[in-house]
Design a protein around this ligand. Structure first.
Ligand SMILES: Nc1nc2c(ncn2[C@@H]2O[C@H](COP(=O)(O)OP(=O)(O)OP(=O)(O)O)[C@@H](O)[C@H]2O)c(=O)[nH]1
Ligand SMILES: [Mg+2]
Length: 346
């Protein structure tokens, strides 16, 4: 049977990996992919449907030639067009697999390469993909280091969860009082209009949880309704659910309005989320409280001022930009190796 399976979560992330398998695989690639796919090699080429170019994906053919992973990177339109083409060719589009792929399902010479291939479909942005692919060489270099340097490297690797977060999008919740600009800020981070923004407090009745690509770090961004007391039962329910969502989040971004006097609820909010990142929005308006006296990120969500530093701060929080040359640990096995190295020397 011919199957086309989407390995990455559907959504707005930049890369979608589709696995093709079945007797017509070779015919399909010959007809629609501009270059010959080669076993165990990343081949970059052009994917066409007749005269129409669909994408320029990287295609990885398995060693036995029976399956191929097509790394598409043009967004939802490309994925849809690709599935339509595959379906016309006789591929059945099926549910996605559990990830990471079972290691016995990937074919590679070394353990680290198997771990890379098993997680390849989880790399939903190009930086995540490059960071993962870079690990083969980085681990080879690491294994050749003298023991003392290895130990220092292993200690750093234990601290560094950056690649893990690149492969497991963290949940980031945007919380704050009503009308402070949370949805406007969320839209800036999404890079496009998503949630409803308006002048009326209580506009966001439900939260939006969607993948946002923060310069390579995919995050599940949740815009929550303003935290305030309300008599409207539907809104009260949405707020309760938002509070529950936030307690599950990997990072809470607390947004306060810089132009309004600080109220006791605002201070409470900061106490409730002590590890939260504080954003002071509406910093274009005259200050309503002395927000410059505490660490914060000042933004103007309506114009986008301060959004780049906010994006960088979120990436930094998850350690994404650490260890640009070194090996990184992103599986339990690697974590164990590093712990052992550190322990053996102490
Ligand atoms: N001057 C100024 N206005 C802003 C800024 N950010 C948002 N606003 C305005 O503030 C109002 C509320 O914005 P929203 O993004 O809907 O606020 P919210 O926090 O999502 O509101 P709720 O969902 O009701 O809790 C809108 O009229 C925005 O245009 C800002 O940085 N400066
Ligand atoms: Mg809102």
């Amino acid at each position: 049977m011919n199957q086309a399976i989407q390995l990455t979560p559907p959504g707005s992330a930049a890369i979608a990996v589709v696995r093709l398998k079945g007797p017509r695989l070779a015919d399909f690639l010959r007809q629609h992919f501009s270059r010959p796919a080669r076993p165990d090699r990343c081949v970059h080429g052009v994917l066409t449907d007749g005269d129409r170019v669909i994408d320029d994906p990287v295609v990885v053919l398995a060693a036995d030639g029976a399956t191929a992973d097509v790394n598409l990177h043009g967004g939802p339109w490309v994925v849809r067009s690709f599935f339509q083409l595959a379906e016309r060719f006789g591929f059945a589009v099926t549910d996605r697999l559990d990830l990471p792929l079972p290691e016995e399902a990937v074919d590679a010479a070394t353990q680290i390469e198997r771990e890379i291939l098993a997680c390849l479909p989880m790399a939903s942005t190009e930086p995540a993909l490059f960071e993962l692919l870079r690990q083969k060489e980085a681990w080879e270099r690491f294994s050749e280091l003298p023991a003392t340097e290895q130990r220092a490297g292993a200690a750093q690797m234990l601290e560094d969860r950056g690649l893990w977060w690149l492969l497991h999008p963290p949940r980031v919740a945007i919380v704050g009082p009503a009308n402070v600009g949370k949805s406007t800020l969320a839209n800036q981070l999404f890079g496009q209009e998503r949630s409803i923004t308006a002048d009326l407090p209580g506009t966001t009745r439900d939260w939006v949880g969607e993948i946002a690509n923060l310069d390579g770090l995919a995050v599940l961004l949740m815009d929550t309704p303003g935290v305030r007391s309300t008599r409207d039962p539907i809104e009260a329910m949405a707020i309760d659910r938002a509070v529950a969502e936030v307690s599950d989040a990997d990072l809470a971004v607390v947004v306060l309005d810089g132009s309004q006097p600080m109220r006791s609820e605002d201070a409470e909010l900061l106490e409730r989320f002590p590890r939260a990142m504080l954003v002071v929005n509406k910093s274009d308006l005259p200050a309503g409280w002395d927000w410059r006296s505490r660490p914060n990120l000042a933004t103007v969500a309506t114009t986008g001022t301060g959004i780049d530093p906010l994006r960088s701060a979120i990436k930094k929080y998850f350690g994404v930009d650490q260890r640009p040359d070194g090996a990184r640990s992103w599986t339990p096995r690697q974590h164990l190796i590093c712990s052992k190295m550190v322990k053996d020397f102490t």
